[in-house]
Design a protein. Structure first.
Length: 142
């Protein structure tokens, strides 16, 4: 099992705790990134302060850069070792909104974004077999 250390939010208006998080297997469309730099923005602060409600426990962080450390079987345009900056608004590229140049409204993106789950609706992170949510599909304070 692969693990990582992450700053986990367990409750609004409380300090984050550094915890060991288990990573599930890399799925065919996944890319695993080793984080080199992450910043905090107003959205992270709004979640921390309880102004934006998301499920907990949660890993915040959605403005990040790093290096690809693993790719799923379906990923053909990226390779291990590639430097990347991750986007807070992933989009499918083929739904109605993406086809009409409105990726901010991407149907798959909006479907699961407030659940704190991965883009496909599943969880990738756990602590003691309990799901850990991610902010904006990234959860990169890890």
């Amino acid at each position: 099992m692969t693990t990582m250390r992450a700053a986990v939010m367990r409750e609004a208006n409380k300090p984050l705790t550094i915890e060991t998080v288990e990573l599930g297997p890399i799925k065919p469309d996944d890319v695993l990134v080793k984080i080199a730099a992450a910043s905090i923005c107003h959205t992270d602060l709004e979640v921390l302060e309880g102004q934006l409600k998301y499920p907990v426990p949660m890993i915040l962080g959605h403005e990040v850069a790093g290096t690809i450390s693993a790719v799923g079987a379906n990923v053909t345009h990226l390779s291990v070792g590639d430097p990347v900056a991750q986007h807070w608004n992933p989009h499918c590229g083929h739904c109605y909104y993406c086809d009409h140049e409105q990726p901010i409204l991407c149907s798959p993106y909006t479907k699961n974004r407030s659940s704190g789950r991965h883009y496909d609706g599943e969880y990738r992170h756990t602590i003691n077999d309990d799901p850990v949510h991610m902010l904006m599909y990234l959860g990169k304070f890890a």
